[in-house]
Structure formats: C-alpha cells, structure tokens
Write a protein that binds this ligand. Sequence first.
Ligand code: HEM
Length: 237
Amino acid sequence: MTAKTKIRQRADGTFEVERFTPFRRVEHLVVILTFVVLVLTGFPQKFFDYSWSAWLLKMFGGLDNARFIHRVSGLIFSFHLLAHIASIAIGTLSHKLSLSLLPTTRDFKDVFGTLRYYLEKNSTPPAYPKFDYRQKFEYIGIVLGGLVMVLTGLILLYPGIIAAILPGQFIAAAKVAHTSEAMLAFLVLAIWHVYGSHFSPEVFPMDTSIFTGYISKEELKHRHALEFARLFPDETK
Ligand code: HEM
C-alpha cells in the first residue's frame, strides 16, 4: 500500500520489488495468530456437543480458560483492527499511502474479463494492478467482517452494559451474528484464501511475498502487469 516502492537486486542478479512493508508483514502474522486462536477457542463453544470440541477445550485447560483466552485474543484482534484502520486513514491523509487495496470500477470489469478468459472468449487475462480483484474483495471482506466480529464480540463481552441501554434482543442478535460471521470468515479463509495463496497454479505451493515482503520482477510482470508498467514504464511496450 506504500506510495514509494523499493526495488532491490538479488544475489543472482535478478530484481525484486517490495510488496509489503515490515509493518504490514507483522500485521499479517498478528492476524494469523489471533484468528487461529479465536477459531480454536470459539468453535468448541458453538459445537460443544462434538468430541473434537471436548478435546480442544481440554487442550486449552477447560471451558473457563478457553473463554478467557478467546476474550483476551478478541481484545487484541479488536485493538489491531482499529489500529489498522487508523494507520490507513492517517497514511492516506498524509499522502504516504495510496489505497491500492480499495476496489474500483475496474475490478468489477476485471471479474468479467477473467471469466471471459476462463471461458476462452478472451485470449489473455486482464492486466491486474498491484492487487487483483480477488485480493481486494478478500481484504475488504476481512475488514468489514472483522468490524462485525468486534462489535458483536464487545456486546457479548459486556452484556450487562448493553442491556442497560438497549433491548435484550440485541444480545441474542449479536450472538447469532457473531457465530454466523465466524463461520463465514472461517470458510472464506479456508477456501478462498488458501486457494489464492497456496493452491492456485500461479503461486503453488505458496505465495511467500507476505512473509518475505518482496515479489520477483518477473512474477510482478506476469501477475500484476499494470503495477509492473507503473514501476517500469521503459520496459513496457
Ligand atoms: C474474528 C474472529 C472470531 C471468531 C472466529 C470468533 C468465534 C466465536 C464463536 C464461534 C463463539 C461461540 C458462539 C456460540 O456459542 O454460538 C464466540 C463467542 C464469543 N466471542 Fe468470539 N470470535 C471472534 C472474534 C471475537 C472478538 C473480536 C471478540 C471480542 C471483542 C469476541 C468475543 C466473544 C465472546 C465474549 C463470546 C461469548 C463467549 C464468552 O462469553 O466467552 N470474539 N466467538
């Protein structure tokens, strides 16, 4: 998302381009850690009558411990999400960031362009910018879904305060929303994200750029041709 992009030479003489700053890489690790802990401590509460739930709860030292860990990691997740949104807002207002993960009308056109390519109506896929429509939609989904989890999680965390201001149905509704969005988020990550970052033929067995921070120039040219053209206009026909 940075406006200034670092380019460096590898030991073998080829070049690579910075895709994620160290700060964003650490953020991704925090999301992995908190989300995995939230799933492992949340789902056994929802599916309490399954044997795997009993096993997981035992691993966390019992239901009370699992609930405590869920609440603490939920607060870390909430703080991180708000800090992330604040960092994007401040970075954008101070012109240090460009909103390269925000979907534009071009992304909707790219959906159809890609489908036409898969159906062999177009001979080439669309030229994608720094992030393609799949990555952008997933990011927006995580941020919006994360906000739902934080809002409903806080209602479940402080039901007494909420019941003093709002009708009690809000707490029941928050539980339904929390648990349904949890399932949706889990399925999106397990299917969409794992396919896009691991099993897609273009990146198999793994797109490592979110961990190393860099993508090779060749890969950038192949997978994000518009970003390549922006960074290397002299090398683009
Ligand atoms: C983002 C990932 C999250 C997932 C996958 C998740 C998942 C779940 C699930 C499946 C339940 C059980 C609901 C049921 O019994 O039907 C639950 C309960 C709960 N969650 Fe989350 N959750 C997440 C985030 C959060 C956050 C951010 C907070 C706090 C801000 C939070 C606080 C709670 C609370 C308080 C409960 C009720 C259980 C208790 O009282 O300990 N969760 N969560």
